[in-house]
Write a protein that binds this ligand. Structure first.
Ligand SMILES: [Zn+2]
Length: 339
């Protein structure tokens, strides 16, 4: 079956056409992957075409609809797949998505809020009514792809517990802190599509002010910019020193710089505290981390043990995996929504 997944961000829109089949891919072929399916066992996936364009929010809503409709036509043409053979099109969007209307309710890409993006793309691209279209929050899409085709497969292999029995929590540590929860193969959308907004749970009572209006949100301690500003305040004695990027902080910690090491220890402790609270809520089989900071091996050191110090379920060892699918997880998760 052929599926298209969109990863829509504030700066770029990426469309990917995937093929999923019962037939194994030739070994060693690039762009291939495997996914767990509840009734069909393992499905073999292949990336057939991927196109990326700038979002260009300033050009307005209609221009985005036109662009996304065109990307459907062009990915199909590139992979020589007739549009009538598409089994589904999914959109991963940067905001909460109402599970009934599929409209985006919030987020920083203002032009998309409250608009019928799914319906408008369908009519612009002339997609048949029978082709399912879905939309969900992009972090939920990341978590779904990892649960079914990435970290979930790894965990099933290690634990012997099948993918569709897992409770998985995905956390994205990047410019913000996003999250997605997958329970037995399905994302937790919630009543208003806001399920899994983990970055805005309170980590410290009356802590740092967050743009969402609350104080002490996890995002204010766990995002890349939060790490950088913590380092900058530690470096207050070195007036005039240029602020360090997250990557430079990890490099300095690696080289034994005391200030960078102290920042890293504080960060890891906050991350453990955060995952510990989430463990008390979801008791997940595993966590999977995505986003730029998840690429740093240093954040995983003793993380499961730190987590255990911050949860009611303190005797359990909960694995924290690095993402397995790389940047393609968002688009793949969006494609899988229509399964
Ligand atoms: Zn917040």
């Amino acid at each position: 079956m052929f599926l298209i997944g969109f990863d829509v961000g504030g700066t770029k829109i990426e469309a990917t056409l995937f093929r999923l089949s019962d037939k194994p891919n030739p070994s060693g072929k690039s762009g291939t992957f495997e996914c767990a399916h509840p009734s069909r066992g393992v499905l073999h996936g292949e990336t057939l075409a991927r196109l990326r364009e700038p979002t260009e929010r300033h050009k307005g809503y209609d221009a985005i609809v036109e662009k996304m409709a065109r990307l459907i036509v062009e990915t199909c043409a590139k992979a020589q797949v007739p549009m009538a053979e598409l089994h589904g099109v999914g959109l991963g969007l940067p905001g909460s998505i109402d599970p009934v209307s599929l409209k985006m309710l919030n987020g920083n890409t203002m032009v998309l809020i409250g608009r019928d993006l799914v319906g408008d793309i369908r009519s612009k691209a002339n997609l048949p009514e029978k082709t399912p279209m879905r939309a969900e929050n992009d972090a939920n899409c990341f978590a779904l792809a990892e649960a079914l085709c990435g970290a979930g497969l790894l965990h099933a292999q290690k634990s012997g517990i099948p993918v569709h029995s897992h409770v998985a929590v995905g956390v994205i540590l990047g410019t913000g802190c996003g999250g997605g929860i997958v329970i037995q193969g399905r994302t937790l959308q919630g009543a208003r599509g806001g399920g899994g907004e983990l970055g805005h749970t309170i980590l410290y009572k009356e802590g740092h002010q967050c743009y969402c209006g609350q104080s002490g949100c996890a995002e204010q301690y766990l995002s890349g910019p939060a790490l950088e500003s913590l380092m900058a305040t530690r470096h207050y004695s070195q007036l005039g020193a240029a602020p360090l990027s997250a990557k430079e902080i990890f490099e300095k910690a690696d080289a034994g710089d005391p200030a960078a090491l102290a920042v890293l220890i504080k960060y890891r402790n906050d991350l453990g505290r955060f995952l510990g609270s989430l463990t008390s809520i979801f008791d997940p089989h595993y966590f999977v981390l995505g986003g730029g900071l998840s690429l740093q091996p240093a954040i995983y050191q003793n993380l499961s043990a730190t987590l255990a110090n911050h949860t009611f379920l303190s005797d359990s060892h909960i694995p924290v995996y690095q993402h397995q699918l790389g940047d393609s997880a968002g688009g793949l998760g969006a494609a899988l929504l229509s399964l």
